[in-house]
Design a protein around this ligand. Structure first.
Ligand code: FAD
Length: 430
């Protein structure tokens, strides 16, 4: 909702909304995730025949490949007809029985509880029905390093709601801890500084505020009015979910994405005619859903349109028709704005990345064959970083001096965090 509110200002931008991570092992049908610890501890994936298929696709990493890779392989395998048919769609099996009851009850107790409560099975004996599901949004409200929107002063965002650059187009499992703790700590400091500064004086007339509240109130009341061919918000939401899973999912291609954009536009148009039957303006789940669904559709359109325009594969964004990562053309963030309330899709623009300023220039980070179209500055910057690092190390420079030379950031931290960060077994006096 926060992202949608920011989008609807028409001023704040959302960044990289097409970058969506999928998690391989959500239980079917309810979609609750079983931790990756299941595979980390030795659990394996099996198909309809009970066959362990991951070693065929990823001989080296097997089930321990990164979550986007495992999700893609599972989808590929299901597409080959190797999924288990169920009335909730095809799925595969996660087998942790091989870990033994003692291990499961000690280390994977939460998984056991989920299986018992939501599936009525015992994972020490039964295989768990799983399939990949949408998990984490790398994109969000585009901010600067302080967590402030780059285009709307005074709007701060951090954590999963933000595009703060902790992640690019993918995210390592567990990185939310770093994100919430680090960005929470830094952005909170900047927010409190901002609130104490004269900059934060909000000079907005009460008339502007009351006209906004009245407009929102009118929207809510409009939902309650009887209409010819009134639309049901739940149906629109379900249709949106189906489109997103089928056409803006783990594998994407131009035709599906174009259809997704067209169909989502149509749903957004239809959402203007939503009719809520329950006439209460208070605590009404039906009204709550109606109020949200239009905004969800706008966010879905940002993801679908961004994915359609991004004619390459990068991190979690996997295009069947453009399998290469194209650093030459696509080393840039997608920015989405909703210029006018009557628009049916976002306006996209792009923010270029500068390879010559990077401490870690883009390299091959994938599996198997390198499918990268490299940026012309990458090799030069890689050599520059290596040479400088070696030279400074030979000269006995500290890691702080090396960091300062390669990519200085200390001055961008809130003042109280500008000291040297100690590592284990390091102790600084100052
Ligand atoms: C099942 C699951 C398992 C995960 N496992 C891991 C893991 O093992 N490791 C890892 O690193 N990450 C994991 N993640 C991701 C991680 O949990 C999230 O990325 C992280 O919690 C996001 O934190 P946040 O503070 O940014 O947002 P949230 O935790 O979503 O907090 C946002 C808060 O804002 C509140 N809020 C929303 N709208 C409003 C409003 N209008 N007004 C007031 N309040 C509002 C919400 O109620 C919520 O409390 C997992 C996610 C899921 C769903």
């Amino acid at each position: 909702m926060g992202q949608a509110i920011a989008l609807e200002t028409g001023v704040a931008t959302l960044g990289n909304m097409e970058a969506i991570q999928f998690h391989p092992t959500a239980i079917v049908p309810v979609g609750i995730l079983t931790t990756e610890g299941c595979r980390g501890d030795g659990g394996i994936l099996r198909d309809v025949d009970g066959y362990r298929f991951m070693p065929d696709y990823e001989p080296e990493k097997k089930e321990l490949a990164s979550r986007d890779v495992v999700s893609r392989r599972m989808t590929e395998h299901i597409r080959k007809g190797k999924g288990v048919k169920s009335k909730y769609g095809d799925h595969l099996w996660l087998d942790i029985t091989i870990l033994g009851r003692a291990h499961i009850e000690k280390n994977l107790r939460e998984v056991k509880d989920i299986c018992e409560s939501f599936l009525g099975i015992d994972p020490a004996v039964d295989w768990i029905p799983v399939r990949p599901t949408q998990h984490y949004s790398m994109g969000g409200i585009r901010t600067d390093h302080r967590g402030e929107s780059r285009t709307l002063k005074g709007l701060f965002s951090c954590g999963e709601a933000a595009c703060w650059d902790m992640h690019g187009f993918n995210r390592l499992g567990g990185n939310s801890v770093a994100e919430t703790v680090v960005s929470g700590m830094l952005c909170a400091e900047f927010i409190s500084d901002y609130c104490e500064s004269p900059e934060s004086n909000i000079d907005i007339s009460t008339k502007t505020i009351s006209s906004f509240i009245n407009a929102e109130q009118e929207k809510l009341e409009h939902f309650l009015k009887p209409k010819e061919n009134g639309e049901k918000a739940y149906e629109l939401r379900r249709a949106m979910e189906d489109i997103m899973m089928a056409k803006v999912g783990i594998f994407r291609n131009g035709n599906d994405l174009q259809e997704a954009v067209d169909e989502l536009r149509d749903l957004l148009k239809r959402s203007q005619n939503i009719e809520v039957k329950c006439q209460s303006l208070a605590a009404s789940p039906e009204l709550f859903n109606a109020y949200r669904v239009q905004r969800m559709l706008k966010l879905a359109l940002c993801s679908a349109k961004g994915a359609l325009e991004r004619t390459e594969s990068r991190g979690a964004h996997s295009r069947e028709d453009f399998p290469e990562r194209d650093d030459k053309f696509w080393l840039k963030r997608t920015l989405a704005t909703w210029v006018s309330p009557n628009d049916l899709e976002p306006t996209l623009s792009y923010e270029e990345l500068d390879v010559t300023k990077m401490e870690l220039p883009p390299g091959f980070r994938g599996y198997g064959k390198d499918m990268t179209i490299h940026h012309e500055d990458t090799q030069q910057r890689t050599d520059e970083v290596e040479t400088l690092r070696e030279k400074m190390q030979d000269e006995g420079k500290t890691r702080f001096e090396v960091q300062e030379a390669l990519m200085p950031y200390n001055s961008q931290l809130p003042e109280i965090y500008q000291g040297k960060n100690e590592r284990l077994r390091e102790k600084f006096d100052d």
